[in-house]
Design a protein around this ligand. Structure first.
Ligand code: 5AD
Ligand code: SF4
Length: 478
């Protein structure tokens, strides 16, 4: 294999990328007409919804360049890995999967292998790729995925590893084409980055400071989606509650929700993630008043102990969190709450963990995403010397799962015999005679469509006949 070395790409604007897209498309079309060879892409996405949304843009650009999707890696002309670095186990898995691509590159030297996303914003990771994964053709970060066309163009000529990582994060590129996975439900990023610097979290270092999209751009995107038949949008950001602060346009997140609520064709609006410190009364009332906003909120609390919350730099206390929950529950009865919890943050003792368990029992979340604390290079928590024993972390993690499992099941019991509004997503994975969808509260419902002709994207009434901790079963109700 050719020895590769690093080359840094000079910054160019997106207009230039459009020209490159057209030129690659022309070449690919010629090849398709001459030899019947259709270029294929395979994109692997790790991590959160923001990454899913970014991958839809990578796909959009590749699609415009004349590539089609393939599920089979060995058929692909380009393989991209869009990475996540929030926890160490994600990184280890990604390195394992990247290593496995070497064989494909040896078999097909024309294959372009690219790795991008959050993990690439860390210097030590890029160094490791340069040293140990020399077959990789291109490495790029979170701030410059719009330069994919230029990278591909260069990768087809160069025998060097192209490294393009930007640390500046001022850029919001609006007109990147998007190829969405789902016609009826769409992710809409409203802001990028995070200013909160929770002491365990790598996100502010790899995604940069908060930048809000212009409200008009967001609303135009949602209106266009509605015209194409989209029914549900999820507004995305690391902390959507601070939307607009950087814009000086007198538009905050509540105002944006109101605008989205007026868009004809959109039936459901969701959003994530919210930081508890930024949930305002105005926002709670807006959610209550806007009929399209679903009765669901994801509000990570991370720890129930004030000592640990302080060490995490979360900027609220347990009591303040509970107060916000009370307000939300009072304003929006039946709201489904979900949360994120970290087990085993440095210094967490039994008493602290019990505070977390108590909070879980007191709030009664519909769902909790629980994570074992993972040391992240460059974060303040990495340097804390009272790291918790792995055994204790795992034992507490299991305990938390068990407690939450019971609570989820109990909440789901209250759905029994109720008729719920379900947006149909497709066939059930476990039983192809059944269909699946979600309630406004985000519950997965598998149901028997009977003799009715039900299509993906339909909104149907389903009577719940059976409940489990993680999903509900039901029958269609005409
Ligand atoms: N270790 C464990 N969990 C983490 N999260 C973020 N950083 C870490 C870390 N270092 C969790 C938080 C966050 C979710 C997206 O990931 O709970 O809300
Ligand atoms: Fe990470 Fe905290 Fe920002 Fe969430 S709010 S992305 S946990 S720093």
């Amino acid at each position: 294999m050719t020895k590769r070395k690093e080359i840094i790409i000079p910054e160019k604007d997106y207009e230039n990328q459009k020209v490159i897209i057209a030129s690659i498309r022309d070449n690919n079309n010629i090849e398709l007409q001459k030899n019947g060879l259709q270029k294929k892409m395979h994109i692997i996405t790790y991590g959160c919804q923001q990454n899913t949304s970014d991958s839809e843009k990578l796909k959009g650009m590749l699609y415009e360049m004349g590539y089609v999707d393939t599920k089979v890696k060995s058929e692909a002309d380009i393989i991209l890995m869009n990475t996540c670095c929030v926890r160490e186990n994600a990184e280890l898995k990604i390195f394992g999967n990247l290593g496995a691509l070497k064989k494909l590159k040896t078999e097909n030297p024309n294959l372009i292998i690219g790795i991008c996303g959050c993990m690439m914003q860390q210097e030590h990771i890029v160094k490791e790729i340069k040293q140990k994964y020399r077959f990789v053709d291109m490495v790029f970060g979170t701030h410059n995925l719009h330069k994919l066309p230029q990278l591909i163009q260069m990768a087809t000529h160069e025998k060097y590893t192209l490294i393009d990582i930007m640390n500046s994060d001022g850029l919001i590129i609006e007109d990147i084409p998007t190829k969405r996975e789902d016609k009826y439900r769409a992710w809409v990023t409203i802001m990028y980055g995070c200013n909160n610097f929770c002491s365990y979290c790598i996100v502010p270092y790899v995604r940069g400071r908060e930048r809000s999209r212009n409200p008009q751009d967001v609303i135009t995107e949602i209106s266009d989606l509605a015209k194409e038949g989209c029914k549900e949008v999820t507004l995305l950001g690391q902390n959507v509650n601070s939307y607009g602060i950087d814009l000086n346009q007198n538009v905050d997140f509540a105002d944006l929700i109101k605008m989205a609520n007026n868009i004809e064709g959109i039936e459901r609006i969701r959003f994530m993630t919210s930081h508890p410190k930024d949930i305002s009364d105005k926002l709670i009332h807006t959610i209550k008043d806007c009929k399209k906003v679903c009765e669901q909120m994801h509000l990570p609390f991370q720890s129930g102990s004030n000592k640990i919350l302080h060490a995490m730099n979360r900027k609220y206390t347990r009591e303040e969190y509970l107060e916000k929950i009370k307000k939300v529950k009072n304003a929006i009865p039946g709201i489904a709450l979900s949360t994120d919890i970290i087990v085993g943050f440095p210094g967490e003792n039994e008493e602290d963990f019990n505070d977390t368990l108590d909070l879980v029992k007191e709030v009664e979340f519909d769902q909790a995403f629980t994570f074992i604390y993972s040391k992240r290079k460059g974060t303040p928590a990495e340097k804390m010397d009272n790291q918790v024993d792995d055994d204790i972390k795992h034992k507490n993690f299991e305990k938390l799962l068990e407690v939450q499992g019971h609570i989820s099941r109990e909440i789901n019991e209250s759905y029994l015999n109720k008729i719920v509004d379900v947006l149909v997503e497709g066939l059930s994975k476990s039983d192809k005679n059944r269909m699946t969808g979600r309630t406004r509260t985000g519950k997965v419902v598998n149901f028997n469509p009977g003799i009715n002709e039900i299509k993906i994207g339909d909104l149907v009434n389903v009577k719940i006949t059976e409940v489990f901790s993680w999903f509900l079963n039901g029958e269609i109700e005409i």
